[in-house]
Design a protein around this ligand. Sequence first.
Ligand SMILES: [Zn+2]
Length: 328
Amino acid sequence: MAELHLHIEGTLQPELIFALAERNGIELPYADLDELRSRYEFTDLQSFLDLYYANMAVLRTEQDFADMTRDYLARASAGGVRHVEVMMDPQAHVSRGVPLETCVNGVASALATSEEEFGVSTLLIAAFLRDLPEDDALEVLEQLLAMNAPIAGIGLDSAEVGNPPSKFVRLYQRAAEAGLHRIAHAGEEGPASYITDSLDLLGVERIDHGIRCMEDAALVERLANEQVPLTVCPLSNVRLRAVDTLADHPLPAMLSAGLNVSVNSDDPAYFGGYVDDNFVQLRAVLGLTAAEQSRLAANSIRSSFASDARKAELLGEVRAWEAAAAEA
Ligand SMILES: [Zn+2]
């Protein structure tokens, strides 16, 4: 399968936070791992974002970014991920004094050897913080283009409510001109109209989350007809209280509606699991079948920006997995 909705900063595990703090001589506001872990009870998206940005303080050098990325790739590979489109938040690092080259080159260096080292093909996506002004995002995008950063596309993340897609029309126009893929978070905490606006105003090819489309029947019909990819993150939705429990998650209804959904981990160090952990819980709680799991895996591959040859290779693996599961 492919993982299409993954924030590399959200893979920063508590153990690595402490290790990097020591390496960089940074004093953490937590006495030990247990105290840090006790902060992982979130009430909403913002309560998570506060801790997420605070913990990034330990990321200083290229090596820090590379170590974090390599840890994720090893773990994802062990969980069955074969292609990943990694989002990173350049503004979250530049704003605290880390040069753009440091964060981009650190992550990119680990991605560059991933296929050889872990059998995982990769692409890098620069995600912009929607709670910052569009001009700030445009400035960083221009710098990324000027330095020839190895990015395949742009995304839009962070605090959704009150920061609608209409705020970023110029940013997405510029990305389109530069030949970049375009995706955006929409319909996680924000309303279904943010999904429509991301498609119509920003020209996105994929929606991250999108679960609140289920509140708008006409939109569901459109998303099904156009087979717009929705990168759903079930454990994230539970931890950030977008749904009450996993049993209440709309994933089964989204599948029934014919939507092009995939399962992803979002910020696995913070939300209780990687993509394989999501599948374990979906099988246990929602009774996800092997056929549904292979449909979700095939969706993730078709919805990726991988080459046609790579997609064909990975779809063949999904068919083989499904055949083996049917025999078991
Ligand atoms: Zn996300």
